[in-house]
Write a new protein. Structure first.
Length: 263
């Protein structure tokens, strides 16, 4: 069942064509990965999906709702959350407070009312209880209990990556876009990230689209792959089909020999 549909999107910056007439579909409950060398247009695709960029042409649909050129807050309200390759956390705030900020679109009271102490019997206070309960569930899910009240600035980088993942989950998305989730992680942290990504799909029922350079992680998590270069589709299919494709090998390794595999 098609859940996300990207249809013939293009995006240029001046004379540079970052994405050219690109189409793909993501199925509900799927982990779908997008690979390609640096500068291939992967992050531009994400920026078009989540509304940071307006497409020059083409359309984007999720669950049959047209999202083309929605603003980022409209995309988020429709059920799409995103993490970034470079951490976008509030470093002097605690883990819990960063997660609470991920609930902002679900707050009827303002964030300032939620934070105030004199709203004990108000709607804001009742909302705060519910929002904190949801964030505590995420903290338990990602095993962040030891870091709940610590400022993010003091946390190891791998834990900060989990906090950003948790903040995206706080939106209760239907679709999660992960931009280089393993970037900067050591081998043990990458294995943990594989575990969390699979659990987000299997336990929370969230579909995922992942941009990732680490081929081993891609192989371990992906149901299907899309390979792009120069903003255009090279090929799409199963992990084996895509990683054995001659043009994908050439794009990554710069060598056309068909006997060289990305293994």
């Amino acid at each position: 069942m098609t859940f996300l549909k990207v249809k013939n999107i293009s995006k240029s910056f001046g004379g540079v064509k970052a994405v050219q007439d690109l189409s793909f579909e993501v199925h509900k409950g799927e982990i779908y990965s997008i690979i390609g060398p640096n500068g291939a247009g992967k992050s531009t695709v994400f920026n078009c999906i989540n509304g940071l960029y307006k497409t020059d042409s083409g359309d984007i649909y999720m669950d049959e709702q047209k999202l083309t050129n929605f603003r980022p807050e409209q995309v988020a309200a429709a059920g799409i959350a995103r993490t970034f390759q470079n951490l976008e956390l509030f470093s002097h705030m605690s883990t819990l407070d960063n997660l609470l900020l991920g609930r902002h679109l679900k707050m009827k009271a303002s964030i300032f009312q939620i934070a105030a102490l004199n709203f004990r019997k108000s709607q804001a206070a009742r909302e705060e209880v519910e929002h904190r309960r949801k964030c505590e569930e995420i903290i338990d899910f990602l095993e962040l209990e030891a870091y709940r009240n610590l400022p993010v600035l003091s946390l190891p980088y791998g834990v900060q990556k989990l906090v950003e993942l948790g903040r995206a989950l706080a939106l209760e998305p239907k679709l999660l876009l992960l931009d280089e989730p393993a970037a900067g992680l050591n081998n043990e942290e990458r294995q943990d990230m594989i575990f969390w990504i699979k659990d987000i799909r299997d336990e929370l029922g969230i579909s995922l689209v992942v941009i990732e350079h680490n081929i081993q992680l891609v192989k371990d998590i992906s149901d299907r792959l899309l390979a792009i270069n120069f903003g255009q589709k090279i090929t799409e299919g199963t992990v084996d089909e895509v990683l054995d494709h001659e043009e994908v090998i050439t794009a990554y390794l710069g060598e056309p020999e068909t006997d060289q595999k990305m293994r």
